[in-house]
Design a protein around this ligand. Structure first.
Ligand code: UTP
Length: 469
């Protein structure tokens, strides 16, 4: 590698600070830093810094912005009922013919949770301490048994957590799944900027790199060979969910079937927002295309606008659950490139100061740029949005306590399991509706409640905390 030329390029771009400690580095350090820098397009990064970092980009709200239409959770008339039944059957047929694969995005840093390790390894099981990955694996195992076809699970990691994620799967024997059917792939990285647009060093021999957002998934599917593998395995429907939501409807025949029957390229579950400012992206339509407008970008007069019956006009919030057609991803990434819009996030990023001391800031000091998968929605010729049910589908584990936390997620898992037990005929509640005990079910039972027959006659003792495996 021509270091002098690389250095000159960085200096010409006003980014020479990345070489500040070069002379102090050993060979390994030099190789690492030079490798990172050689992969950068300094001009493009400076353009990004000018557009997103030095000034704050304004999100233009199109004048024709309207709420996106959606399929209601429950059919409203006989015709819809028949159509939903047809869609459900089509979804089950997709599963039975092995055309559906799973895609978990697990490349994030999980900073809010404050957990040391990949988020998927977090012990979310309310009684068992089962990991998030363990929940998904159990669900996949049950679906394979129910539909009689192997399901390939694609897991996106990032350079930060790829090694520990793979190790965790090995230590847990892939949770009983066939290791051949689990494919890890790594997303791209983006360097963090100081507020002045200068690239930050996380160490003397390294840029401060972080994953490039879940929008990075689509290109990473292509570059990793995952798309080619899907094609080889005749799988053309991707069930997409985030690693922090163990209730995600990964195996949802109605959702899969509607996607198929409607000829959708990218579909989404929507949840009715509980208030105008709930922190969910808003499903909207503009220029005939579906688009998500972030909660922070939707102007108050739109967020608060109501229909005649008092319901919110922009009611559809996104829990980040999608069904995506393989062909759509192939089309978007066919040129080996895909640039979704960037989003700016102001973060606290530890970095080297001019003297070579690692500074851990108390306040946001840096800008990270990420792309989001939902920005592919407007690129889809056809989309389907289906209303989901919050209690059964959305338990995001973002924080350790409070709203959207491990605590609230555990409670939702126990409630989901109580509903599964109840529908299988077990007495689980007191007269006031509260649970008599904390019974955690292995995830298999939610997919296949018939399996609960093996516990027939077992009484649930008041006040116990148990795991039913
Ligand atoms: P979040 O936006 O909640 O980010 O990711 P996070 O990194 O998990 O958590 P914080 O914000 O640092 O607390 C939503 C989902 O997208 C994945 C995450 O792993 C999670 O499943 N994700 C996010 C990626 O796979 N890659 C990314 O670059 C960002």
């Amino acid at each position: 590698m021509d270091i002098a030329k690389l250095r000159q390029t960085a200096e010409n771009a006003g980014q020479g600070q990345v070489f500040r400690f070069w002379d102090e580095l050993d060979e390994a350090g030099k190789t690492q830093l030079a490798g990172q820098l050689a992969g950068l397009d300094f001009e493009e990064l400076n353009d990004l810094a000018a557009a997103y970092v030095v000034k704050r980009p304004e999100t233009a709200i199109p004048a024709d912005l309207a709420p996106a239409p959606f399929f209601p959770a429950h059919p409203r008339n006989e015709a819809e009922k028949a159509y939903y039944a047809k869609a459900f059957a089509a979804g089950e047929e997709l599963l039975r013919s092995g055309r559906v694969c799973m895609l978990t995005v697990a490349g994030g840093q999980g900073t809010r949770l404050g957990f040391d390790g990949p988020k998927g390894t977090y012990p979310i099981g309310p009684v068992s301490g089962r990991s998030l990955f363990g929940y998904f694996a159990g669900t996949i195992k049950a679906a394979q048994e129910k539909y009689g076809k192997p399901i390939t699970w694609y897991l996106m990691t990032s350079v930060i957590n790829d090694g520990p994620t793979r190790a965790f799967f090995r230590e847990n024997n892939y949770f009983g799944l066939d290791p051949e059917r689990v494919m890890f792939f790594t997303q791209g990285s983006m360097p963090a900027f100081g507020r002045d647009g200068k690239l930050l060093l996380g160490a003397k021999d390294s840029l401060s790199l972080s994953p490039n957002g879940h929008g990075g998934t689509l290109l990473a599917l292509k570059t990793s060979g995952a798309l080619a593998r899907m094609e080889k395995e005749n799988c053309d429907v991707i069930s997409y969910f985030q690693v922090d939501n163990p209730l995600a409807p990964m195996i949802d025949p109605l959702f899969l079937g509607l996607h198929l029957l409607e000829g959708s390229e990218m579909s989404a579950i929507m949840l009715p927002k509980t208030n105008p400012y709930e922190k969910l992206g808003n499903f909207c339509v503009t220029g005939g295309r579906t688009q998500i407008i972030e909660y922070s970008d939707l102007p108050a007069e739109l967020a608060e606008s109501r229909n005649e019956d008092g319901s919110l006009r922009f009611v559809a919030g996104s829990p980040a659950i999608h069904v995506i057609s393989r062909d759509f991803v192939s089309r978007l990434t066919s040129g080996g490139r895909l640039q979704l819009p960037w989003h700016r996030a102001d973060k606290k990023v530890p970095c080297m100061d001019a003297d070579g001391t690692l500074v851990k800031p108390e306040e946001p000091n840096a800008v990270k740029l990420e792309s989001f998968i939902f920005d592919a929605l407007p690129l889809a010729a056809k989309t389907v949005i289906l209303e989901g049910n919050r209690e059964g589908m959305f338990a995001p584990t973002k924080n350790s306590t409070g709203v959207d936390s491990a605590e609230s997620c555990r409670e939702m898992l126990l409630e989901r399991d109580a509903r599964v037990l109840e529908s299988a005929g077990f007495a689980v509640r007191k007269a006031d509706g509260s649970r008599i005990a904390d019974i955690e079910l292995a995830p298999e039972y939610a997919v296949n409640p018939e399996l609960l027959r093996k516990f027939a006659g077992r009484a649930i003792q008041e006040g116990v905390r148990e795991v039913w495996e």
